[in-house]
Design a protein around this ligand. Structure first.
Ligand code: ZN
Length: 150
């Protein structure tokens, strides 16, 4: 178990140091900003969706290791998925991040995103992990302004 935890931490640290898709998206047609006042994390998410499929995803912003790694892993996971698949992934991720810490991780179908399950043990960090996903929700609905985790 401790080896698994180390692997998880390594992956999170790697995505924090070298975030994937940390850039604007040319021709983005969905965009939203997210803010987590609890920690001070801010991200702007860009999506290019064509015929219901996410063709490209990127983000910019400043956040803690968890918020940055979560946005990095999420943008990697989104590409090539339909909007329905993205919604299903949001539900799964949210269920994992908010599940009781003393239960097995419900990580089915989450792949690499499961490395963020560790936040369950740190309730204050859950919003860091879910910020990118709430911002994603807003971007899909094309909401203007800033979504807040509060
Ligand atoms: Zn944070």
């Amino acid at each position: 178990m401790s080896n698994l935890r180390e692997l998880y931490q390594e992956t999170i640290f790697d995505h924090y140091r070298r975030p994937r898709n940390c850039r604007t998206v040319p021709g983005a047609n969905h965009c939203a900003e997210g803010y987590n006042p609890l920690c001070g994390d801010r991200i702007t998410l860009y999506l290019r969706i064509e015929e219901g499929v996410v063709k490209d995803a990127g983000f910019e912003g400043a956040g803690c290791a968890i918020a940055t790694a979560s946005a990095s892993l999420m943008t990697e996971a989104l590409k090539g998925r339909t909007q329905a698949e993205v919604e299903a992934l949001f539900e799964r991720f949210h269920a994992m991040a908010t599940a009781p810490a003393d239960r097995p991780v419900p990580d089915e179908g989450l792949g690499k995103l499961a490395v963020l399950a560790g936040v369950r043990e740190f309730p204050a960090r859950i919003k860091c992990a879910t910020l990118a996903w709430h911002t994603l929700h807003a971007a899909l609905r094309d909401e203007r302004g800033t979504v807040s985790t509060e």
